[in-house]
Design a protein around this ligand. Structure first.
Ligand SMILES: Nc1ncnc2c1ncn2[C@@H]1O[C@H](COP(=O)(O)OP(=O)(O)OP(=O)(O)O)[C@@H](O)[C@H]1O
Ligand SMILES: [Mg+2]
Length: 240
């Protein structure tokens, strides 16, 4: 059994079938990227793994336990930072813990040690996402679920955030699922890329080159990007 086991998972809203009989396994410490067309069900799958919604069929087993209700060992980061505007950065981190030392350590880890007393409205978009990352990490989650958290950032800030998230997840051994529209970002961050299409996982692309940056690795990543885009943009039964 995998660390996270998804078995025959289906989700239907009214008569709209979004996911059908999805089967997946994630090992501990893996970094998975979920890509696919808009409306394909990426966020839905992430919400189901987080336990924010109940599936209409199938089951999810996490760390040996079948999920029912909120997945307590998971934290989600969304495109908008969802920081509480009336709390300082430090206050946002201390919502679910009173471990001040840990909060300060995490703020330093994401480069916000000088912003503990700042309010979210006074921060840049990248700083707010770093605060949201620190808040997601304060409960030492086993699973980090990222729903396009970098989508609104400029290219340079985004690249720095990619690096930071990757480093932290490796250091802490956190298993991660990242939803992204950016297939190149997926090859930078993930060791596996799943393509969601036609209500399920249409392909799994293994990226053995994630941590390599020489010319050969770059070529291999370019090929993964090309092949993944071909699958995403290829004929789609769902659109028929
Ligand atoms: N609560 C809901 N009620 C009804 N339909 C829903 C609900 N949540 C999602 N859907 C539908 O399910 C489908 C998949 O939505 P989802 O948000 O998972 O797509 P996505 O792949 O994350 O898309 P995007 O890339 O645009 O974020 C869409 O057609 C959406 O309208
Ligand atoms: Mg989405």
């Amino acid at each position: 059994m995998s660390f996270l086991d998804i078995s025959n998972l289906s989700q239907t809203y009214g008569d709209k079938e979004v996911l059908k009989n999805v089967n997946l396994g994630i090992s501990k410490g893996e970094f998975i990227a979920l890509v696919g067309m808009s409306g394909g069900g990426k966020s839905t799958l992430l919400r189901l793994i987080a336990g924010l919604e109940k599936p209409t069929g199938g089951s999810i087993t996490f760390n040996g336990q079948q999920l029912s209700g909120l997945n307590q060992q998971a934290r989600v980061m969304f495109q908008d930072d969802r920081l509480l505007p009336w709390k300082t950065v430090l206050g946002n981190l201390l919502l679910t813990t009173d471990d001040l030392d840990k909060a300060k350590r995490l703020l330093a880890r994401v480069g916000l040690e000088d912003y503990a007393d700042a309010y979210p409205a006074t921060l840049s978009g990248g700083q707010r996402q770093r605060a949201a990352l620190a808040r997601a990490l304060i409960s030492s989650p086993k699973l980090l679920l990222l729903d396009e958290p970098l989508g609104a950032l400029d290219a340079l800030t985004r690249s720095k955030m990619q690096e930071l998230i990757l480093q932290v997840c490796k250091e802490e051994g956190i298993t991660t699922v990242l939803v992204t529209h950016d297939v190149r970002e997926a090859t930078i961050m993930a060791n596996k890329i799943w393509v969601i299409k036609n209500h399920g996982i249409a392909a799994e692309m293994v990226n053995d080159f994630r941590d390599q940056y020489d010319d050969q690795a770059q070529l291999a990543k370019d090929k993964i990007v090309h092949d993944t885009l071909e699958i995403i943009l290829g004929e789609d039964d769902a659109a028929a």
